[in-house]
Design a protein around this ligand. Structure first.
Ligand code: AHG
Ligand code: MN
Ligand code: MN
Length: 345
């Protein structure tokens, strides 16, 4: 009986279409999938697996590090640092880059990742995720910070795992977006969503509206626009916000919609990080026919100048992001209010 297409088989068949591929990428993706299976196992029994609660440490962002953050961070390192695919790694939970130590063989790929996205939801049994982004290094020998500070357009692969009602791995290498669901009974990710395409216009908007008083008025006007009753344009949209970027993004990817994390008066660049949250999801959403913007330009064109750089993030259905940009750039405003330019963040 055909068990369905496994992730490994799918990646190998996809890689065969790239003659220059060396199998390194397949190996790296397979290793990330292995780490995901272990994280999924512990997430699914969080209360029993000693992975709940905090470590007492705070990370470079001043956020409390959850035990699962730390566990997942080191699990990814130990799953990928000795197989000769990577030159270095960087993650939300490490202040600086992590060059592969001399004792291990080194490869040509760079991995940037958010080991657990939505950490505040671990202890309350709400979906969380892992986000990863892969580049080919630029340095001839060794690896430096400049190998990591890249525009998203230079990614060779990106993906996320969502630990929800099921565990899914969704990734792209630039030939479409494909989703695999973990069958725990055989420990395999099986193809369940081939060539995901996001609807051009959505039905959901996702934002932490508790921050709305601090947003630029133009963003408030946009959200008010989504709330207006106009059947012809599918409004009002429904508000859906889980507080885990991966979970909010995944729902909007499948159903259509827009996720917003604007900059505001207190934090002009917002909260989310460019290299391991915004850029990988931007690669995925563009490959699925959607869009990702900082309000002014595509996320994929942004060049990071520091490892943990933040960016405002508006991501999802192409027509929704385009409408958001019209409001954000003062090209559109509610009737009776002059165009308001969003201060460049
Ligand atoms: P992380 O757990 O990796 O720090 O990410 C949390 C992020 C993201 O997952 C989510 O969309 C956002 O924080 C929620 O922020 P607010 O609680 O400010 O809404
Ligand atoms: Mn995150
Ligand atoms: Mn995180």
């Amino acid at each position: 009986m055909q068990i369905g297409t496994t992730l490994t088989r799918f990646i190998i068949e996809e890689e065969r279409q790239h003659p220059e591929a060396t199998g390194e990428f397949t190996g790296l993706l397979t290793e990330l999938a292995s780490a995901a299976k272990i994280i999924s196992r512990d997430v699914n029994k969080a209360g029993l697996a000693e992975v709940m609660g905090i470590t007492g440490r705070t990370n470079v962002h001043g956020e409390e590090v959850q035990r699962l953050d730390e566990f997942a961070n080191s699990l990814v390192i130990h799953t990928t640092d000795h197989t000769g695919r990577l030159a270095g790694l960087a993650s939300e939970e490490m202040d600086d880059i992590y060059p592969i130590p001399d004792k291990h063989p080194r490869g040509n790929y760079i991995l940037v990742y958010d080991p657990v996205d939505g950490s505040s939801n671990i202890d309350v049994n709400v979906s969380i995720g892992t986000i990863f982004s892969i580049y080919r290094k630029r340095s001839a020998s060794g690896v430096t910070l400049n190998d990591f500070l890249r525009p998203g357009r230079e990614q060779v692969g990106a993906g996320y795992i969502i630990y929800g009602s099921s565990t899914m791995l969704v990734y792209t290498t630039g030939s479409g977006v494909h989703g695999f669901t973990l069958d725990p009974s055989i420990g395999e990710f099986l193809l369940s969503h081939e060539n995901i395409q996001i609807p051009a216009r959505g039905q959901y908007y996702s934002a932490n509206e508790g921050n709305a008083p601090k947003w630029d008025p133009a963003i408030r006007h946009y959200v008010n626009y989504l709330r207006e009753d106009d059947k012809a344009s599918g409004r009002p949209y429904s508000a859906r916000y889980i507080g885990s970027l991966v979970a909010d993004f995944h729902r909007n990817l499948l159903k259509g919609g827009i996720f917003l994390y604007p900059g505001d008066a207190k934090s002009p660049r917002g909260k989310l990080r460019l290299l391991y949250e915004a850029a990988p999801l931007a690669f995925i959403v563009e490959q699925a026919g959607g869009a990702a913007s900082d309000g002014e330009q595509p996320i994929m064109d942004l060049q990071a100048s520091e490892l943990h750089q933040r960016t405002p993030l508006f991501i999802g259905s192409s027509e929704d992001v385009a409408t958001l940009e019209e409001f954000a750039q003062g090209k559109r405003a509610p009737e009776g209010i002059e165009g308001i330019r969003v201060s460049s963040v």
